[in-house]
Design a protein around this ligand. Structure first.
Ligand SMILES: NC(=O)CCC(=O)C(=O)O
Length: 267
């Protein structure tokens, strides 16, 4: 129920700000306002920025005076649907809109007959743009869930000057134990920046069961915070000086042999 879900998100962010007056940025999960499933997308799609969920996020950001990375919602634009992350400034302005670039289409076979079949591409249109937002002094690159698997995107964000990547997600429980933390720490160590994910809690009664485990990983690729499977708010003070420290001590960006890579690609 969209009204209930949005109200709950507003309550949680309000609680977080009340307990942490210095809070500057709140992040919500993928598809936080509605069930995540191909069969639900058209029914729950909203227009950006004038749908009810966007209006609530804008108002919340303004009331609390914080940035909000609004997870994702299904966006309707004409007769197309997108999986879209919106970003709101402390004055309630829409400062970024990222349409999921890599749609989640996968068929996982599990030995016990379980597994996951999912085909976002059957219903959704993929976004065509990378999205960088300025959160205070810092550039943040955006992706939605499956986008996290693609190292090229993260590399581009680093070259655009990002010091943090944020992926609102609803990772599947099949791949979660193997890949969730691995991918996040890989993106962090490859690009020497913070990587933050935010997942819905696990609900074994829902059609699609999300993995949970929202996580904050630092530029050393250390897990700074990790949620469990259930509903939980995690909060962390981010020391952005770490980004420069790691890049200075391990200067891989200066050691890249693009001459070799380019020659090899031509072969
Ligand atoms: N919502 C998603 O994009 C899920 C991606 C996922 O589970 C994966 O394994 O990739």
């Amino acid at each position: 129920d969209v009204v209930t879900n949005v109200r709950e998100a507003v309550r949680c962010v309000g609680e977080l700000k009340a307990e942490n007056p210095l809070l500057q940025l709140a992040i919500l999960p993928e598809s936080f306002n509605a069930p995540y499933g191909v069969e639900h997308f058209a029914k729950y799609a909203e227009r950006v920025p004038d749908g009810q969920t966007c209006r609530a996020l804008s108002q919340l950001a303004r009331q609390l005076g914080i940035y909000i990375i609004g997870g994702s919602i299904i966006e309707r634009d004409g007769n197309r649907l997108y999986n879209t992350c919106t970003v709101w400034s402390p004055t309630g302005q829409l400062i970024g809109k990222h349409r999921k670039i890599h749609l989640f289409t996968m068929s996982i076979e599990a030995a016990n007959g379980g597994g996951v079949q999912f085909d976002e591409a059957a219903v959704l249109t993929a976004g065509d743009d990378v999205t960088v937002v300025e959160i205070g002094q810092h550039k943040v690159g955006l992706g939605v869930c499956h986008d996290k698997r693609f190292e090229e995107l993260a590399r581009i964000y680093r070259s655009m000057g990002c010091s943090m990547l944020v992926y609102p997600s609803a990772f599947c429980i099949c791949q979660g134990p193997m890949h969730w933390e691995l991918l996040q720490r890989a993106r962090a160590t490859d690009n020497q920046l913070f990587v933050v994910t935010c997942s819905p809690a696990r609900n074994n009664m829902s059609g699609y069961v999300a993995y949970g485990h929202s996580m904050i990983v630092d530029p050393w690729a250390r897990v700074q915070r990790e949620a469990g499977e259930g509903p939980e708010l995690i909060v962390e003070q981010i020391d952005f000086d770490l980004v420069d420290e790691v890049r200075r001590q391990i200067p891989i960006n200066k050691q890249r042999r693009t001459d070799v890579y380019t020659r090899a690609q031509k072969q």
